[in-house]
Design a protein around this ligand. Structure first.
Ligand SMILES: CC(=O)N[C@H](C=O)[C@@H](O)[C@H](O)[C@H](O)COP(=O)(O)O
Ligand SMILES: C=C(OP(=O)(O)O)C(=O)O
Length: 372
C-alpha cells in the first residue's frame, strides 16, 4: 500500500489521496458504492467512511437533543446519526466492493468501540478525526494496534499536537501521520493556515504530514502538496447541492479528478517550494494568497468553535459518582456531551481529584464538579 511506503519514507514523491465519503452517502449503500466507483475513477487511493458507535461516542442527552437543521435526517441528533450509520454487514459489503475495484477502504474511528470494530475488519489504516485528536485514551489504544494511523489536528493547539507526538513516541509508534486540518465547513481561504504544514514539518521532522481540507475548490489542496503534504484527504460528493452538512465543501467527481491529475503532474521531492514559488506556480489568486499567509503558531481558530462546540469531546461520568469520592480512571468516559463538560484533554490530570457534587452516569464532569 502506497500509504505504508510514504510513512516509511520509501516514497517521497507521491501523495496518498483519500476520498472522504464520510456521511455523504445519505445512509444508502448503493450510493456509497457509486461514490466508491467514482472516487476510484477519479484517481483516489482510498475511500474513507466515518464509524461511530453512537452510545460510545455521544451521551444520552447529546443523542436526545433536538436537531433542527436543513441537514437533519431525524428529529433528534441521535436519530440523524443512526440514519447515517452503516451496519457491520454493510461495511463488509463496501469493503468487498473496494477490494474488487482495487481501492483502499477504511473509516475514522470515532470512539473506542468503533476502533475495535475497524481493527476487526482489518482495514489498512485507522483515521482519528479532529474531534478525537485530544482524546488521549483513544489515541493510546489506537497506537497499540499494529495498524498505521492518520491523525487529524483540527480544533487543537500546537501544545496538543506536541502531546500527540509525545504519546506516539511513548507508545513506540512510528507508522503514523499528522494531518493539518481546520474544522470549519467550508474553511475560508484566510483560515486555511497552510503554512502550518511547513511548521509541522520543521517541528516534527520524523512524522509524515498530510492535509485534510474543508475549503472550496482544489487549488489550496494543491498548494498543501507543494508545501510538503504527502497525504491529502477531501470530502467527496456526487452532488454538492444535496442535503447534508458536508456536501457543500466536498469535491464532485470532476473536481476530485482535477485534483488527483494536478498532483500527479507535480515533480515532488522531500524539499518543498516556498510560498512565493507556490503562488507563482499555481497562477496565484487572492484566495491562494490568503491561504498561504504567514502563521506563527497553531491555535484553535474562532471559525472552528461551532464544530468544537458541536463535536468536541468532554469528560463524562462512566457510572454514577458520589460527592466526596475521588475520581478514578474507570469513573470517566470521553464523549460528545450536551452540555459539554471539561475537555477530553485533561482526563489524566483530574484522576484522584475529589468530587464536589453527585454526578449521574453519562453526565458531564465540569470544572466546578471537582475540588482542586
Ligand atoms: C469533526 C468531525 O467529525 N468532522 C467530520 C469530518 O470532517 C464531519 O464529516 C462531521 O461528521 C459532519 O460535519 C457532522 O455533520 P452532522 O452534525 O450534520 O452529522
Ligand atoms: C473528522 C474527520 O476528519 P478531519 O478531522 O480530518 O476533518 C474524520 O475523518 O472523521
Amino acid at each position: 500500500m502506497l500509504l505504508n511506503d510514504i510513512m516509511s519514507r520509501k516514497v517521497v514523491d507521491a501523495v496518498y489521496i483519500i476520498a472522504e465519503i464520510g456521511q455523504n452517502h445519505q445512509g444508502c449503500v448503493e450510493t456509497a458504492k457509486k461514490m466508491i466507483w467514482e472516487a476510484k475513477k477519479a484517481g483516489c487511493h482510498c475511500v474513507k467512511f466515518q464509524k461511530s458507535d453512537l452510545p460510545a461516542k455521544f451521551t444520552r442527552s447529546a443523542l436526545n437533543r433536538e436537531y433542527i437543521s436543513d441537514h437533519a435526517w431525524g428529529k433528534t441528533y441521535g436519530e440523524h446519526k443512526e440514519y447515517l450509520e452503516f451496519s457491520k454487514d454493510q461495511y463488509l459489503q463496501l469493503q468487498a466492493y473496494c477490494k474488487e475495484l482495487g481501492v483502499d477502504f477504511t473509516a475514522s474511528a470515532m470512539d473506542e468501540r468503533s476502533l475495535e470494530f475497524l481493527a476487526d475488519l482489518n482495514v489498512p489504516f485507522i483515521k482519528i478525526g479532529s474531534g478525537d485528536a485530544n482524546n488521549f485514551p483513544l489515541l493510546k489504544k489506537a497506537a497499540s494496534l499494529d495498524l498505521p494511523l492518520v491523525i487529524s489536528t483540527g480544533m487543537q493547539t500546537m501544545q496538543t499536537v506536541e502531546r500527540i507526538v509525545h504519546t506516539m513516541r511513548e507508545a513506540g509508534k512510528q507508522n503514523y501521520a499528522l494531518m493539518h486540518c481546520v474544522s470549519s465547513y467550508p474553511t475560508a481561504p484566510e483560515d486555511c493556515n497552510l503554512q502550518l504544514i511547513s511548521l509541522f514539518r520543521r517541528r516534527f521532522p520524523d512524522v509524515v504530514i498530510g492535509y485534510s481540507g474543508h475549503e472550496l475548490g482544489v487549488v489550496v489542496s494543491q498548494a498543501a502538496v507543494l508545501l510538503g503534504a504527502r497525504i491529502v484527504e477531501r470530502h467527496f460528493t456526487l452532488d454538492k447541492s444535496q442535503k447534508g452538512s458536508d456536501h457543500r465543501c466536498s469535491l464532485e467527481p470532476q473536481e476530485l479528478k482535477a485534483l488527483t491529475a494536478a498532483i500527479s503532474n507535480f515533480e515532488l521531492s522531500s524539499v518543498s517550494l516556498s510560498p512565493k514559488k507556490i503562488f507563482q506556480k499555481l497562477n496565484g489568486s487572492r484566495e491562494l494568497e490568503a491561504a498561504l499567509r504567514d502563521v506563527e503558531n497553531k491555535t484553535i481558530l474562532p471559525c472552528e468553535l461551532p464544530c468544537r462546540n458541536k463535536l468536541g469531546k468532554s469528560i463524562v461520568a462512566a457510572r454514577s459518582l458520589k460527592k466526596g469520592g475521588r475520581l478514578q480512571l474507570a469513573d470517566m468516559a470521553i464523549k460528545v456531551s450536551e452540555p459539554s463538560g471539561l475537555t477530553a484533554e485533561v482526563y489524566l490530570d483530574i484522576v484522584g481529584k475529589e468530587l464536589a457534587d453527585n454526578i449521574g452516569e453519562d453526565e458531564p464532569i465540569y470544572g466546578s464538579s471537582i475540588i482542586i
